[in-house]
Design a protein around this ligand. Structure first.
Ligand code: SF4
Length: 254
């Protein structure tokens, strides 16, 4: 695959081959944690410079999840593990409640996020806040919000496979640390990463899948909704399903 060519811009067979590599790598990393270091339910392990799990389990309860996340952040450091490091302003680690029941995963930081070092703080972020607070009647501070990549790709291009391989151990460790009850994949890239599939978002959206035993709801990215407001209706259906999974009240007529 040529540099600058996105995963989703490749042909079908090439894409399958790349995804097979990604999945194999993902299984390898998952294997490290489940065999030797920390079972998913036990919290986070630390991730070494080469992406390997490096430190033993941290119990996932109360402040332990926060401690585990702090250890992951420390391991990330001033990360230079992929080529995105050269163009970023700030690493966007993700933010929210370490004990969140609900975790949103997007694709990568945009320009506003790159400036502030925070996930989903631009226009799309405001829409996500509205979905959470006005729609779901939850507090944004009570959920966790992050991305597959922690640094902004140039001109917001799609993530490339080598970047995902370098960065994914940290998101995997964050998911193990937070251990949310439900994951929401925002947009095709996050949904495909969470579900380990190359299926298009048009087919994935609204169908509950699973990652490491955690239910995953794939839905449209808020940035897509800014361009296509008609998609909000579908997203609201998806968020109602998420609320049901969480055992929370579903606002409005059901
Ligand atoms: S995208 Fe991830 S792996 Fe690449 S430099 Fe940023 S933090 Fe490191």
């Amino acid at each position: 695959m040529s540099p600058g060519k996105s995963l989703l811009a490749t042909g079908a067979s090439e894409r399958e081959e790349i995804l097979a590599d990604l999945l194999a790598h993902g299984r390898f990393l998952s294997g490290l944690s489940s065999v030797g270091v920390a079972p998913p339910s036990a919290g986070a392990e630390r991730v070494g410079a080469s992406g390997e799990a490096a430190v033993g389990p941290v119990g996932r309860s109360g402040e332990d999840a926060a401690v585990a996340l702090a250890a992951i952040r420390e391991d990330l450091g001033d990360c230079r593990r992929c080529k995105l490091a050269s163009g970023r302003k700030k690493i966007v680690f993700g933010q929210g409640n370490p004990n969140a029941e609900l975790m949103f995963v997007g694709e990568a930081p945009g320009s506003e996020e790159d400036e502030q070092g925070l996930a989903f703080v631009g226009r799309a972020g405001q829409l996500l806040t509205d979905i959470i607070e006005k729609g779901m009647k939850m507090r944004r501070a009570d959920v966790w919000i992050g991305n597959v990549l922690k640094c902004r790709p140039p001109q917001n291009r799609n993530p490339e496979p080598d970047e995902i391989l370098s960065c994914q151990p940290f998101l995997e460790a964050q998911i193990r640390a937070i251990r949310p009850r439900v994951l929401v994949g925002l947009g095709k890239f996050a949904a495909q990463w969470l579900l380990r599939t190359a299926e298009p978002i048009s087919r994935l959206r609204g169908r509950i899948g699973e990652r490491d035993g955690i239910p995953v709801m794939p839905t449209y990215h808020p940035a897509y909704l800014l361009r296509n407001p008609a998609g909000k209706k579908d997203v609201w259906e998806d968020m109602k399903a998420v609320l049901r999974l969480l055992g929370r009240p579903v606002p409005g007529p059901d």
